[in-house]
Design a protein around this ligand. Structure first.
Ligand SMILES: [Mg+2]
Length: 250
């Protein structure tokens, strides 16, 4: 492999399904911060920070304006409230959480490859990500949570992938190839905006056809054939096309 490869794993719909617990955490956080019920918002692939903004902006205009006046304090309070709401929810999560097919094997096989880092790059705040992965039995394990990037960051999801790239380039002292593995068109969009290859897995919010239409470089129904993902990651380290894509992005 000519260059190190960072595999950026989305969590929800890609590694695992956490049922409705995450939605309830976000709802309760919003109620705690604003005293209001949140409006309905499609959350697939959104960061918790973006969900906080969408809740605010989906309110009737006068109420949204009131939250806008709180500026960044509002989103900071939401992120902190979401982290608090995750506390102690392990047993509830354990009742509904499922690990998606092939995931433990895919993580293990990639961990056995030289020059491959596996990070979580997720819309969850860190407390939610850690709890889900722990309950799933995926942490501790090959996923790097310390170097991971979480949904408390402001901005579009691509910011997360750019941040992962910066982390890995510091770690390796030079260029890295990135492969984003995710379940929504937003993961695909974020990957491409940050010069990463996008692998779409149709185990979450989007169908294989939707991921293909979003421009994913590879689409798979699930990860039950981990060898296919290992081949993609190996090729990414050797692919001059990936280098071109990074340069085009910079
Ligand atoms: Mg997801």
């Amino acid at each position: 492999m000519s260059r190190p490869v960072g595999v950026c794993w989305d969590i929800d719909g890609t590694l695992l399904r956490g049922g409705r617990v995450g939605g309830e955490v976000l709802r309760r956080a919003f109620v705690a911060v604003t005293g209001r019920e949140p409006p309905p918002v499609p959350m697939g692939g959104m960061t918790d920070h973006l969900v906080a903004e969408a809740f605010r902006d989906g309110l009737p205009p006068a109420e949204a304006a009131e939250l806008h006046r709180r500026g960044a304090d509002y989103t900071r309070e939401m992120v902190a409230a979401i982290a608090r709401e995750w506390h102690g929810r392990g047993p509830e999560l354990a009742e509904v959480l499922t690990v998606l097919p092939g995931v433990p094997d895919a993580l293990a096989r990639l961990a056995a490859r030289p020059r491959v880092d596996q990070l979580v790059v997720t819309g969850n705040v860190r407390a939610g990500a850690e709890l889900k992965l722990t309950v799933a039995g995926l942490s501790p394990g090959p996923l790097d949570l310390e170097g991971g990037v979480y949904g408390d960051l402001p901005g579009p999801r691509s910011v997360l992938v750019h941040t992962a790239r910066a982390t890995l380039e510091r770690r390796h002292g030079g260029r890295v190839a990135l492969v984003v593995v995710g379940d929504t068109p937003r993961d695909v969009e974020a990957a491409h905006a940050a010069g990463a290859l996008a692998v779409g897995v149709a185990t979450g919010a989007a169908t294989a056809a939707e991921l293909t239409a979003a421009g994913a470089d590879h689409v798979t129904e699930d990860l039950s054939d981990p060898a296919a993902l290992v081949a993609i990651v190996t090729a990414a380290g050797e692919d001059p096309g990936a280098t071109f894509r990074e340069r085009a992005d910079r």
